[in-house]
Structure formats: C-alpha cells, structure tokens
Design a protein around this ligand. Structure first.
Ligand code: HEC
Length: 135
C-alpha cells in the first residue's frame, strides 16, 4: 500500500508534535496535576495561596535531600502517601495549609518521576533565598 501525500503529511505532523510533547511533557504534567495548588512563580497575592509555591517547596526539599535521587524518591513517595511525619516543610506551613491531600488517582508513579526530576532541575530559581526575600 502506498501512502498518499495527506497521510504522509499527517504522519510528519504527528511525529513533530510528539517530539515537542516530550520536551514539554514534564512541565505540562506539572501544570495539569500540581500547579492548581503549587504556583511556579512568586504568588502576587499571598492571601489566596493554598499551598507552598514550587520554589519554596524545592528549597526545603533540597535542604533535607540534597542528592537528586534521594529527593526524587522522597517526593514520589510523599505525593502518593503524604504524612506529617515525613513532611519536610516548615511546621508553620503545615499549620497554615494542612497536610497535602494524597494525589493517588490524579497522578501515576511514572508521571511523578518525570515531574519531580523537572522540579529538581529547575527549582528553586537561581538566587532564591526564601519567600519573604524580594530577590
Ligand atoms: C490540592 C492541593 C495540592 C495539589 C494538587 C498538590 N499539592 Fe503538593 N502540597 C500541598 C500542600 C498544602 C502542601 C504543604 C503541606 C505538606 O507538606 O503536606 C504540599 C507539599 C508538597 C511537597 C513538600 C512535601 C513536604 O514534605 O512538606 C511536595 C514535594 C509536593 N507538595 C509536591 C507536589 C506535586 C509533585 C504535585 C503534583 C503531582 C502536588 N504536590 C500537588 C497541596 C497540593
């Protein structure tokens, strides 16, 4: 069977978009599964915030788990089975926001590995020293 031009064109577009998808996969997954609670930028209005911002989360994760593989392991486990005993965020955060609800059913272990590697590689941004610090 010979492919006609439209079929080849469709296949090319599909292949290209799959590539782009792979590159943006991690951030898109974060946006879809985590960003409704964890903002990627410094929140403009702190009173509307329902969870620690991503830069704050990663700062604290790295303080406790500086090694990438330990941090990934901790986060993948925590997101599926959060508990006060495991938590590394500041006690005042826990008091203010409450325990993170388990994301079981919302995200898979495989997706979490992709997401948390991206989180570790990109956050906190360079020069970040704390939420209260303005640059
Ligand atoms: C419904 C809101 C909500 C969603 C959705 C959510 N989180 Fe959280 N997350 C929280 C809150 C609240 C905390 C702070 C309390 C805590 O640590 O349990 C938190 C804390 C964390 C922490 C720090 C853990 C610690 O020890 O303190 C990590 C890491 C984290 N979230 C990752 C994620 C990832 C990855 C996703 C997406 C798959 C996600 N969260 C989705 C609300 C959320």
């Amino acid at each position: 069977m010979k492919f006609g031009k439209p079929v080849i064109l469709t296949l090319t577009i599909l292949a290209l978009s799959t590539q782009t998808y792979a590159a943006q996969n991690a951030e898109a997954l974060f946006d879809a599964k985590c960003a409704m609670c964890h903002t990627k930028t410094r929140p403009a209005d702190m009173s509307k915030v329902t969870a620690p911002a991503l830069m704050g989360v990663m700062r604290h994760v790295k303080m406790t788990y500086p090694k990438k593989e330990d941090a990934i392991k901790f986060m993948v486990d925590y997101v599926l089975e959060p508990s006060k005993e495991k938590a590394i965020c500041m006690p005042e955060k826990m008091k203010r926001f409450g325990l993170m609800p388990s994301q079981k059913g919302n995200v898979t272990k495989e997706e979490l590995e992709v997401i948390t590697i991206w989180m570790f590689d990109n956050f906190p941004p360079k020069g970040f020293r704390g939420m209260r610090q303005q640059n």
